[in-house]
Every structure is written in C-alpha cells, then in structure tokens.
Design a protein around this ligand. Structure first.
Ligand SMILES: [Mg+2]
Length: 259
C-alpha cells in the first residue's frame, strides 16, 4: 500500500503561483547582474566603461527580445542592468513567478552565450528580476526616465572615481575626496583635472535602447506583375539617446509601444 504522505502533491503549498498581473497595460521587468563587479574584473573588462561589455549587454537584450518577440516591446540597458517593457496580453496569463523566473533565466543564458560569442569565454552568470507595474504610457516614460537618471548618476560617480585614479591619486584618497560630493561638484572637480564630462559617448551617460521597428520593403509579384509593399520588423539599437523626458524621447517610446 502506498504511503499517503508520498501522495501529497504540495499544490496548495505553492503559495505564490497564483499571483497574476492584472488590470494594467504595461509592466517593466528589471534585471540586475549579480556580483558583476567581480565578474567584469575577472573577465578583464576595462573601467569605468567598456564598449565590448556594452555590446554584450545589447546582444543579451536582443536575444531575450527575440525569444519574447510579441511581448517585450522595449529593452533599455546601462551598466549591468536591463529593463524590459512588456505590453499586454502577458504570456502565461500574467503569472508572476513564470514571468520573473523565465526572464531572469533567459537573460542569464543569453549573456553567457554573448560572452562565448564575443570573447570565447564563459562564466557563471546570474541576473535577478523584479516587476514594476506601469498603468499607461506616462508611467512607462516616467519609469524609463527614472532609470536614465540612475544611469547618469552611475556615470558621474564611476567616471569621477576612475578618472581621478588615472590621474595618479590613490584610491582611498579619491574615495575621501568624493565622499558626499554632489554631481555638479564632481563635474567641476573633473574639469580642474582636465576631464571634460561631455567628451564621453552618450551611451555611457544615457544608456542604450533596443526596440522593434517596421521597415518597408518593395517586392514584385510575378503572377500579377505588380509591385507589392511588405513590412518587416527589425531591431533598432539606439546608442545615442535623447532624454526620455524630451519630446523626442517620448515619441521614441510611444512608437516602440504602438508597433
Ligand atoms: Mg548588479
């Protein structure tokens, strides 16, 4: 006879599996690399920014968006962070555990593939994920703008730290110099050392955006002998972004969501 204990399915103990996203048009899923400070050091990326690392992040975003083609409309990345904007209808009937765990695992796997593709190296890679509820276009713009502000803060902090070290100041002295210093004061301090903050590429300050766009193709129908217009969706990568709060930035986001 079977032991009744072994027949317990534990279905009712899946305490969070019934949580679903409901009543909203959009969500953001934000992935953040775990222990990427060590990972980037181990893999020999340069500080504070490395174009190859940024390319690997963009490749990761495109891989994940390809796998979730009708769901993820926008991918926005800076540093070791990726923000995906999803539009309803959400897959898996919006089941939260499914969405978070699959996006995090797809991102980790895509990043590992990218490491192999670009560097011929591999490493254990971990991304966490969280969900942010966004009710309309304004929410999406405000959210992306808040992450872009974070990209800017990151940029000022890391550039001021590493540029002063490159000027020959000891790391502990740089830390003491910069402690509690505002962004404006950091910019002025860098200027005194001959570092112009605006000489850096825009992607370092504002992040990189990936979205689907439609391109028109003119074909020829051999039966009717007529020209035919077809549309194809391709990924567009914007390395030189406007502020998401500007008209240009808003239009970019709106168009990507309406596609
Ligand atoms: Mg991180």
């Amino acid at each position: 006879m079977k032991d009744p204990e072994s027949m317990r399915t534990f279905k009712r103990m899946e305490l969070f599996s019934s949580l679903r996203i409901r009543g909203t048009k959009f969500i953001a899923i934000r992935c953040d690399g775990r222990c990427f400070h060590e990972l980037t050091e181990r893999l020999g990326f340069s500080k504070p920014y490395d174009l190859m690392f940024a390319r690997i992040m963009v490749y990761t975003v495109i891989s994940v968006m390809s796998a979730w083609r009708d769901t993820i409309r926008i991918g926005y990345t800076f540093s070791d962070e990726i923000n995906y904007i999803l539009k309803e209808p959400f897959p898996f009937s919006g089941r939260l555990e499914k969405l978070i765990s699959l996006i995090a695992s797809t991102t980790s796997s895509a990043f590992t593939n990218a490491l192999m593709r670009y560097l011929g190296k591999t490493s254990l890679v971990q991304f966490d994920a969280r969900i942010i509820w966004l009710s309309d276009l304004n929410d999406v713009v405000d959210y992306l703008y808040s992450r872009q502000r974070e990209a800017w803060r990151n940029f000022i902090n890391s550039v001021s730290y590493y540029m002063l070290i490159k000027k020959g100041i000891a790391p502990k002295d740089v830390e003491a110099m910069l402690r509690g210093m505002s962004a404006l004061k950091r910019i002025n301090l860098l200027a005194k050392y001959g570092v112009d903050i605006h000489s850096f590429p825009t992607w370092m300050m504002r992040g990189i955006l990936v979205h689907l766009t439609r391109i028109k193709k003119i074909g020829f129908n051999p039966i009717t002998k007529e020209q035919v217009k077809t549309y194809r969706r391709i990924f567009k990568i914007t390395w030189s972004l406007p502020s998401f709060k500007s008209d240009e930035g808003r239009i970019l986001i709106r168009d990507a969501l309406n596609l």
